[in-house]
Design a protein around this ligand. Structure first.
Ligand code: G3P
Length: 225
């Protein structure tokens, strides 16, 4: 799968009301405008029920938040990889801290993304897990210390070692994997600090979604790069 240009910003909509339904479409238009104005590659990850409408509304890359390790058939309420592909999404977050998978399921889902030519953003919580994750050869590894998620305390300042060490260890194993970081990323300073630590982008949510002016927050995020 051709990877998206880096640095890349992936905005995870989670299940906030400010990024659900019509709000998901409006926010995605803000992201597209900010990406076009700044020249920085930005992608969004809406809830599964909003995927198709968001993809129809904008031309920026759209990712699913999750993919289940299932095959077509009787799996009520699950998210089928083939359905994500047919929605027009370019890839999926995998093993996010709010939607953890078993090792066996991670292997199956990352393998399935390759079969379907989807980008894989494999989420991890520390350096060791990231090293293990690199053996599955995902396109991206997104290191996110769970204790910082949603706090507004940026990982790039609160725990720069975990970012720097993840980049170093992953690239010793597989230089083709792009390392992203997330948790608490909010401002242009947070974004610049992440890139200075060797990350090739960020995964973020509340700092943008809960902002008074979402588009201004996006433009501030890329103001120093
Ligand atoms: O997937 C990114 C997310 O877990 C980070 O959350 O709200 O700290 O930007 P937040």
């Amino acid at each position: 799968m051709a990877k998206n240009k880096t640095p890349i910003i992936i905005l995870n909509y989670k299940t906030y009301l400010e990024s659900t339904g019509n709000n998901a479409i409006q926010l995605s238009k803000y992201v597209e405008e900010a990406s076009n104005e700044s020249g920085v590659n930005m992608a969004v990850a809406p809830q599964a029920v909003d995927l198709y409408n968001v993809i129809e509304a904008v031309d920026i890359p759209v990712f699913s938040q999750h993919m289940d390790a299932i095959t077509p058939g009787g799996h009520t309420g699950s998210t089928l990889p083939e359905a994500i592909k047919q929605s027009g999404a370019v890839g999926s977050l995998i093993n996010h801290s709010e939607q953890r998978l078993t090792l066996a399921d991670i292997e199956e889902v990352v393998s399935k993304t390759k079969d379907l030519e989807l980008s894989s953003v494999l989420c991890t919580n520390n350096v060791k897990t990231s090293m293990a994750a690199s053996l599955y050869n995902p396109d991206y590894i997104a290191i996110e210390p769970p204790e910082l998620i949603g706090t507004g305390i940026p990982v790039s300042k609160a725990n720069p070692e975990v970012v720097e060490n993840t980049v170093t260890q992953i690239h010793d194993i597989n230089r083709d994997i792009s390392v992203l970081c997330g948790a608490g990323i909010t401002t242009g300073e947070d974004m610049k600090a992440a890139l200075d630590l060797g990350a090739e982008g960020v995964l973020l949510a509340s700092g943008i979604i809960k902002a008074d002016n979402q588009k201004d927050a996006l433009l501030d995020l890329v103001s120093l790069i």
